[in-house]
Design a protein around this ligand. Structure first.
Ligand code: GDP
Ligand code: MG
Length: 181
């Protein structure tokens, strides 16, 4: 969507409960990390303004779920009009990687984009800080292979806690979303 000369991009963040979606969003938007978040009712969104190639861009709606992801009951309004879908898993928990497939399918089914093969996704493997990476359950190679299968989804390894790669990842999200406008 274009309002005056500023692009407004709707980004939604999906992944299993506990992988760090809210933490990543907070780190990116407010540069802060809290150990605990209160679950709110409904979906929350925050705004981030940035420039890409001197063009003002607003990541107007970084939609985060308020725990409903547990029930896969987000509803079509949550997905509608998304310009990019960020998928998040926890590199220390295998199951959160396996569920990515479901999130990917669910997104495409609900958002129903005109060209599903070309719709921009970005994958984040979060919590790489834990135990200095020694408790990893999913290797970077495995994650990159999945991304390749899904049409070369960009991949970032992140830590919301240590603010590692978060800015870089969301910059890629903004660029990917913009390219899809
Ligand atoms: P969400 O359910 O996907 O939104 O996950 P949250 O953002 O609520 O995070 C779940 C828990 O993981 C919280 O206790 C966070 O403090 C913690 N957490 C999130 N990201 C990281 C990270 O990068 N590293 C570590 N060590 N903990 C994290
Ligand atoms: Mg959350």
């Amino acid at each position: 969507m274009l309002i005056s000369d500023r692009m407004l991009l709707k980004v939604i963040v999906l992944g299993d409960s506990g992988v760090g979606k809210t933490s990543l969003m907070n780190q990116y938007v407010y540069t802060r990390f809290n150990k605990q978040y209160k679950a709110t009712i409904g979906a929350d969104f925050v705004t981030k303004e940035l420039h890409i190639d001197d063009k003002p861009v607003t990541l107007q709606q970084i939609w985060d779920t308020a725990g409903q992801e547990r029930f896969h009951s987000l509803g079509v309004a949550f997905y509608r009009g998304a310009d990019c879908c960020v998928l998040v898993y926890d590199v220390n928990i295998q199951k959160t990687f396996e569920t990515l497939q479901t999130w990917h399918e669910e997104f495409l089914k609900q958002a129903d984009p005109s060209e599903p093969e070309r719709f921009p996704f970005v994958l984040l493997g979060n919590k790489v800080d834990i135990n200095g990476g020694t408790s990893r359950a999913v290797s970077e190679k495995t994650a990159r292979e999945w991304c390749a299968l899904k049409g070369n989804i960009p991949y970032f390894e992140t830590s919301a806690k240590e603010n590692y790669n978060v800015e870089e990842a969301f910059l890629c999200v903004a660029k990917t979303a913009l390219a899809n406008e």
